[in-house]
Design a protein around this ligand. Structure first.
Ligand SMILES: *Cc1c(COP(=O)(O)O)cnc(C)c1O
Length: 406
C-alpha cells in the first residue's frame, strides 16, 4: 500500500459514517465521485417505488390522492427537507424543477419592490439555468441584471432589489457565507434568493437563523432523490402572506376543488404549489429522505471537509492545479481540478472505474458524499488519476469523445 492508502485506511477505520454506505446501492468496485450531480440510489427507494406503482397507483387508483396522502406530499416532503436546511415547518414546498422554482421565486422577489426600482444581482460564474432565468426575469419585469463575482461590491454599488446567489459554486466548489451575505443584502435593502443545489444534504444550513428570504434547491444531488426528482422552494413565513408568485396553478389556490374561475392564493406555503406534481418522483424522493432521518449534518460536514482536504493534498502533490478554495469555510463538498484535456482524462478515469465529471472547458470535478464516499475511494481515485495523466493514456483515440451527460 502507498502512504496515501495507509493514511486512508486509518481515516476510514476512524470514520463515524463508515457503515452508512450500506444504506446505498452502489456497484462493487466502482468509485463514485459524482453524487453532486446524481446522488447514489438509497436502499429504501426501489421497494417503495414498487409499492407506489403496483399498490397505490395499481389498486388505489385516483383514491391515492386521499388514501395514500399524495395531495399532501409537496408540503409534507417539503417539511422533511426543511429539517435539513434549518427551516421550521410550513415554509418549504416540493415540486417541479429547480429551474421552475427559481423563476417562480425570483419573480416573486422582484415583485416585492415598486415597479422599475432596483437591479437583480447574480453570480457571473454560476450554473447556466440561474443566469438564464435571471436574465429572462430581468427582461420580463424591466430590471437590470448585474452579473458579478463580487456581490458585496455590487450591493454597495447601486440600488439592488434582489440578490440571487448560489451557496456553493457548481464549478469551483466555492462556498459563500450565507449569513454574512444575507445580512449585507438586507443592509443594502435587497431581498435574497439563495440557490442551495450544491449545499443541501452536504452541509448544515440555517435558513431561518440566517434570516433568508427565499431559497430553492435540487434534490437529486446530495439528497439522492433520483434523476429528475422534484426541487423545493423555501419561503420565510414573514413573506408568505404577501408573496405574489407568477406561476398560479390550481394546486396553489386556496380552494383548489372549488374549481373557481379566479385565482386566490392559498395561505401559507401551499401557495408555492403549482400544478399536479410528478408523484412517482416525489415519492421516490420521500423514500430517499428516510436515509437522512437520523443523519447529523455536522458530522457529515466534518467528514466532507476531511475528504476534501485529503483529495486536495493528493492532487496538489501530483501537480494538479486545484481551483477549489483550500480554506474549509470556503469549500462545499466537491473539489475541482484544472486540466487542459479534462474531457479525455475523465473518459479514461470512467473506463477505469472512477466516475467524476467535467465542466467546460477544463475543469475535472469530484464530488464527495460523506455518507458513501470513503478515504480509500479517494486514495484509489488519486492513484488512477495520476496513472492516467502520467502515462498519457488519456490521449488514446477512444477517449476523445464526450464521456457522459452529467
Ligand atoms: C443542478 C443545478 C440546477 C439544476 O436545475 P434543473 O432545473 O434541475 O435542471 C440549477 N441550478 C444550480 C445551481 C444547480 O447546481
Amino acid at each position: 500500500m502507498s502512504a496515501a492508502e495507509l493514511d486512508a485506511a486509518e481515516l476510514d477505520a476512524a470514520d463515524p459514517l463508515a457503515n452508512w454506505r450500506a444504506r446505498f446501492v452502489l456497484p462493487d468496485g466502482l468509485i463514485y465521485l459524482d453524487g453532486n450531480s446524481l446522488g447514489a440510489l438509497p436502499a429504501p427507494v426501489a421497494a417503495r417505488v414498487g409499492d407506489v406503482v403496483a399498490r397505490q397507483w395499481g389498486t388505489d387508483l385516483v383514491r391515492g390522492w386521499n388514501d395514500d396522502g399524495w395531495w399532501q406530499a409537496p408540503e409534507r416532503i417539503g417539511d422533511r427537507i426543511g429539517t435539513l436546511i434549518g427551516a421550521a415547518p410550513g415554509q418549504t414546498v416540493t415540486g417541479d424543477s429547480t429551474s421552475v422554482q427559481l423563476f417562480n421565486a425570483l419573480v416573486a422577489a422582484v415583485r416585492m419592490w415598486p415597479e422599475g426600482a432596483g437591479a437583480i444581482v447574480t453570480d457571473a460564474g454560476q450554473f447556466p439555468t440561474d443566469g438564464y432565468v435571471a436574465d429572462s426575469v430581468g427582461r420580463l419585469l424591466g430590471r437590470e441584471v448585474v452579473r458579478t463575482g463580487d456581490p458585496y461590491e455590487a450591493l454597495r454599488g447601486g440600488e439592488v432589489a434582489v440578490l440571487a446567489w448560489s451557496t456553493v459554486d457548481f464549478r469551483t466548489g466555492q462556498r459563500w457565507d450565507m449569513s454574512g451575505l444575507t445580512a449585507a443584502a438586507h443592509a443594502a435593502g435587497a431581498v435574497v434568493v439563495w440557490d442551495l443545489c450544491h449545499a443541501v444534504g452536504a452541509l448544515p444550513l440555517r435558513v431561518d437563523a440566517d434570516d433568508v428570504d427565499l431559497a430553492v434547491g435540487c434534490t437529486y444531488k446530495y439528497l439522492s432523490g433520483g434523476p429528475g426528482s422534484p426541487a423545493f422552494m423555501y419561503v420565510a413565513r414573514r413573506h408568505q402572506a404577501g408573496l405574489d408568485l407568477p406561476l398560479t396553478g390550481w394546486h396553489g389556490h386556496s380552494r383548489p376543488f372549488a374549481m373557481e374561475a379566479g385565482y386566490q392564493a392559498a395561505d401559507g406555503i401551499a401557495r408555492g404549489r403549482i400544478g399536479t406534481p410528478p408523484m412517482l418522483s416525489m415519492l421516490a424522493l420521500d423514500a430517499a429522505l428516510d436515509v437522512f432521518d437520523d443523519v447529523d449534518l455536522d458530522v457529515v460536514r466534518a467528514k466532507s471537509l476531511r475528504l476534501g482536504e485529503f483529495f486536495i493534498a493528493g492532487a496538489g502533490e501530483a501537480g494538479f492545479e486545484v481551483i477549489t478554495p483550500r480554506e474549509p469555510e470556503r469549500r462545499g463538498s466537491h473539489v475541482s481540478l484544472r486540466h487542459p484535456d479534462a474531457l479525455p482524462v475523465m473518459a479514461a478515469l470512467i473506463e477505469a472505474g472512477v466516475i467524476g465529471d467535467v465542466r467546460p472547458p477544463d475543469v475535472l470535478r469530484f464530488g464527495f458524499n460523506a455518507l458513501y464516499t470513503s478515504f480509500g475511494d479517494l486514495a484509489r481515485a488519486l492513484a488512477i488519476l495520476g496513472e492516467v495523466v502520467e502515462s498519457g493514456r488519456y490521449r488514446e483515440a477512444r477517449f476523445q469523445v464526450r464521456p457522459t451527460v452529467t
